[in-house]
Design a protein around this ligand. Structure first.
Ligand code: ATP
Ligand code: MG
Length: 333
């Protein structure tokens, strides 16, 4: 089955053509436009600018991917969560295409896309129940899946997301947006034991996260130590975030006994997080760990097509007349 997918939830415009076969997804074509150079001038995403930029490039990207002579079996689009004005560009494009071609539509959640990045172009043996750790710019969640596309959120952040903590602290030390990958790069040269930063909620008796206190502690440290060693500071911050994420994931494994743990979201590209999860989960006799290939961690349309392929197996289509964008569409609890 071939699916044309569209992702515009934040600042990346992405269109892909994927093919699903059995339990695997292959990427056939992809066209992508990043807006980072525009938004980094402002230190974060400006919604109005993001929507305008999506609109400018959408038809060009579609023309690269859509094959008129060989149309896809379905069209998938991210309908939420995300910035409303950004989402609307993708949703209205998908509706227009579907109404003109009669190709059925699959309304896809951005977070299920991050989860289904794990099925793209990789040898895997993902089995259910599965546990997903999603760590991105706007979300930090633990989601239990009893079968394909069946979700139960069992943990989430009570304030900032992990990616947001990386980005905001990055801004405090003068790094351009997004700070996450830059902090991670500096951390490779640093000693994570140099600066003692808090691990909020690490011992709390639940699966929730909090990163706001860590962000404030990091800010105070920067103010008191203007000549800090950026590598040691970055390594210490990264270690604090990774410690909390790994500790809560291990707690969730102990409580729910998943057969597979999958990782997703932009922060899933972090090498220390991937290595620590591998190191802790590999020795467990009944649980395996898998992470998406790095290009599928960041926002991309292939992951939306991947999730849509598995939704299609369960008849998860929506009539184009009924599709709306939902900026706060969360996975069920
Ligand atoms: N190597 C890395 N280490 C740490 N953080 C990283 C790394 N690479 C990317 N990130 C972070 O990933 C985030 C971007 O991820 P993503 O694109 O999935 O977020 P988003 O789509 O804006 O948010 P959401 O998916 O919650 O809607 C940013 O916060 C960025 O700093
Ligand atoms: Mg994302």
């Amino acid at each position: 089955m071939k699916i044309l997918s569209i992702e515009t939830s934040c600042d990346d415009t992405s269109v892909a053509l994927i093919e699903g076969n059995g339990d695997n997804v292959t990427l056939l074509k992809e066209a992508h436009a990043s807006q980072i150079d525009v938004h980094k001038i402002y230190g974060g995403i400006v919604p109005e600018v993001a929507a305008r930029k999506h609109t400018e490039v959408m038809s060009l990207l579609l023309a690269e991917v859509f094959e008129k002579q060989n149309p896809p079996d379905a069209i998938a689009v991210t309908a939420g969560p995300g910035l409303l004005t950004s989402l609307l560009v993708g949703v209205e494009t998908a509706k227009t295409l579907s109404s003109l071609t009669n190709i059925p539509l699959i309304r896809t959640n951005h977070m299920e896309g991050h989860i289904y990045a794990n099925w793209i172009e990789q040898e895997h043996d993902i089995q259910f129940p599965a546990l997903a750790l999603i760590v991105s710019g706007g979300h930090t969640e633990l989601v239990l899946m009893s079968s394909h596309t069946t979700y139960k959120k069992i943990g989430e952040t009570v304030d900032d997301a992990a990616g947001e903590a990386f980005d905001k602290v990055g801004k405090f030390i003068g790094l351009t947006y997004p700070g996450g990958p830059k902090i991670s790069k500096h951390a490779e040269q640093g000693n994570p034991d140099t600066i003692k930063l808090p691990r909020p909620m690490i011992d709390s008796d639940n699966l929730n996260f909090s990163f706001s206190g860590l962000k404030t502690a990091a800010k105070l440290y920067i103010e008191k130590n203007p000549d800090l060693n950026i590598a040691d500071f970055s390594a210490s911050l990264e270690q604090a975030i990774v410690d909390v994420l790994v500790s809560k994931t291990l707690r969730a494994i102990a409580e729910h006994n998943p057969k597979t743990v999958v990782l997703g979201g932009g922060v899933a590209a972090n090498k220390k997080l991937r290595a620590t999860l591998t190191e802790k989960i590999d020795p467990l006799p009944e649980t395996t760990f898998i992470a998406p290939h790095i290009p599928y961690c960041m926002d991309n349309a292939a992951m939306i097509g991947s999730a849509a392929y598995f939704k299609a197996q369960k008849d998860g289509y929506t009539d184009w007349k009924d599709i709306t964008a939902d900026p706060v569409w969360e996975l069920p609890k």
